[in-house]
Design a protein around this ligand. Sequence first.
Ligand code: ASP
Length: 437
Amino acid sequence: MNTIVVKFGGSSLASAAQFRKVGDILRADPARRFLVVSAPGKRYDGDTKVTDMLYRCYDLAAAGEDFSSALEAVRARYGEIAEGLGIRFDLESALAPIAEHLRKGPQRDYMASRGEYLNARLMAAWLGWTFLDSAEYIRFRADGVLDPETTYALLGEVMAKTEKAVIPGFYGADASGRVVTFSRGGSDVTGAIAARASKADLYENWTDVSGMLFTDPRIVPNPSYIPFINYRELRELSYMGASVLHEDAVFPARRAGIPINIRNTNRPEDPGTLIAAEAPAGTVIGPVTGIAGRKGFDTVLVEKSMMNSEIGFAARLLDTFAAHGVPFEHCPTGIDTMSVVVSADAFRPHREEILAALEALKPDNLKVEEGLAMIAVVGCGMVENKGIAARILGAVTAAGVNIRMIDQGSSELNIIIGVREEDYETAIRGLYKEFHQ
Ligand code: ASP
């Protein structure tokens, strides 16, 4: 039988009504045998996620202050869900050790993990599925980094002999049993690990959007969804600011060749976005998969005649940035010019020292241009299509925007253009109009 690992995010589990939708989705396909859950998220705008409530309990207890009403608020969230589902769940016994832990000297990761722990226990009780505690199967090393080999061995073994199970996301434990969490949003990572450990055919990541968007909805209202994206395109778009999945969730699934399907709990009829190495047969692939960008870059322009014949010039130039711990993002070159594009946040604190050090290279001209935005137009389909660069430049120009920089990686997976920050939104809108499917 096929195995699908499904992960539901906090908004999909925020209330009893959301739990019911999850139940319907699970029943719709018996291959959905392993369920990874987040802690209950926001029920409405302005609501507080249970994870944040738990961090608050920790902060109060660690400061020696009274945490009882903060913990009571957590109890009320689960109480409301259990009551709405009409199940008997002994919340008091589940919460007693947590209150005890808070009194005795709280540990931050342990407290944060209780949101997923309680939600998984509640869900397992409601579904009648096995509860597998991640603290027993997801192993971290003493330095807080995941130990993948031990984790896949432990988790793989127990999943192989379990028919249907609920697994709490976001945490595991080190060999001494001390609970360790991933970074925020880390239940996505647990889902990917569970998919790999169980050699699943598919990892479904259920959230409150119908997939990854072609571009930023704050700039283009209701942009279309991306039906299919490969891992490399996903990496490029995520790097430029598009977010749909925790970054660390991609690697385990990619290594094991398990496709990831982003789905919407509130619109299960939508196909969502499929992330895989290869598009399924019959998928129509346009030249451009998505457009993402970011503001907040500065460019350091260095001009020096005969630069090209000065061996080691580029290395010395880039070393100057590296020596100050400033990574460079792009480095377009001309015959006698090199521009180094850097994040303004990283560059500005070291600006004077770097410029002084660059003077030692004896440039004819050294100039900083502030306030650049970078836009990545990403798509593997560009390789086969002629004239995409011309269309990009044409679309941006037609939108009345001056292009400050163009950078095409040799993989032809993306074309990056730099525009002034104040032109960023206009350029994105122009590109969307030209390329969206
Ligand atoms: N509950 C955790 C958070 O709010 C982890 C997750 O939801 O993925 O970050």
